[in-house]
Design a protein around this ligand. Structure first.
Ligand code: HEM
Length: 283
């Protein structure tokens, strides 16, 4: 066989193999091969051509992007969050989410290195629901890129026990009344009005916004997953928390989505809000 014919034969074999790998039945083999490529080559071949396989597999190291892209993982799913660079880029409030696989922190609000973990042991059903809400948020707002291997997916991209456990808990959470429906009772809105010369006054009373209750509560800035604004809430500061099995006795004050308004006392039931706080707060 001439050298030219040999080259043609090799090209045909390689071409046929490449075509076969495109078929869905060879998906595991395809992903295995892709995962063996160096990260920058993977991106050059699949990223730039826009032909990224739907379930491309990533390791944590590969999330640290180059060429200006920012990637984040939650519940073993990887998203390109480059357009949210102001939150996730270097110096952004939530930059740590691009450096750690920290699914637990999306519910707990513990952003320390210990808190940024994939271990979800002991989380409440409400927390599980919150994590699921965040995953939905990322699917809506950002671009899904693939799976992170390790905790929630194994090296072949199959769900691990941890993922099955999460799904089981999420099913249970869905059967309960949605925690957001409880929000109105748990974190009733403050009464607010604007006073010329003083700014916006916020107050809590036993019947703010028609939610009758036997407590007044203290003012807090309240954030909900994926929202770009916070709102003013009246928060119970005594007794057991609304839900969860916490043994604390300071009402819902430990809830991770709450913050004391700048310029207001933590115990305040009414307060004037400074203009700097107004941008990100809705009433
Ligand atoms: C468990 C606790 C918390 C988590 C996991 C969390 C996570 C996040 C994430 C990931 C974003 C970026 C969303 C995006 O990509 O658009 C965000 C934005 C934001 N967070 Fe938090 N957050 C928490 C608590 C809070 C608290 C307590 C406040 C204030 C009361 C707050 C205020 C905000 C605001 C105002 C934004 C939007 C900023 C903007 O659009 O410029 N967050 N949060």
């Amino acid at each position: 066989m001439s050298f030219k014919n040999l080259l043609v034969l090799i090209s045909c074999v390689v071409g046929a193999a490449a075509l076969l790998l495109c078929l869905d039945i060879f998906k595991p083999q395809r992903e295995k091969l892709i995962s063996l490529l160096p990260a920058n080559l993977k991106d050059r071949v699949f990223g730039d051509l826009g032909a990224t396989p739907k379930d491309r597999l990533f390791t944590l190291n590969e999330l640290e992007r180059y060429r200006g892209q920012v990637y984040l993982a939650i519940l073993g799913q990887v998203f390109d969050v480059t357009k949210g660079r102001k939150h996730y880029g270097p110096g952004g409030t939530y930059h740590f989410f691009t450096e750690y696989a920290g699914t637990r922190a999306f519910a707990s609000g513990d952003f320390s290195p210990q808190g940024l973990t994939e271990n979800l042991d002991g989380l409440s059903l409400e927390d599980i629901q919150k994590i699921s809400d965040w995953v939905n948020f990322y699917h809506k707002q950002y671009t899904y890129k693939g799976k992170l291997t390790g905790h929630f997916y194994d090296m072949n991209g199959n769900p691990t026990k941890a993922m099955n456990n999460f799904e089981r808990l999420l099913e249970q959470a869905k059967k309960k009344p949605k925690y957001r429906d409880e929000d109105r009772k748990r974190f009733p809105r403050c009464i607010t009005h604007y006073e010329v010369g003083f700014g916006r006054k916020m107050m809590c009373s036993k019947n703010s916004h028609g939610i009758k209750r036997d407590w007044i509560g203290v003012l807090r800035q309240y954030y909900q997953p994926g929202d770009s604004h916070t709102r003013c809430a009246c928060v119970r500061d005594k007794g057991r928390p609304f839900s969860g099995d916490s043994s604390s006795n300071n009402g819902d004050l430990n809830h991770p989505y709450l913050k004391v308004y700048e310029g207001c006392k933590p115990t305040a039931t009414s307060c004037y809000i400074e203009d700097t706080n107004l941008d990100l707060t809705i009433y």
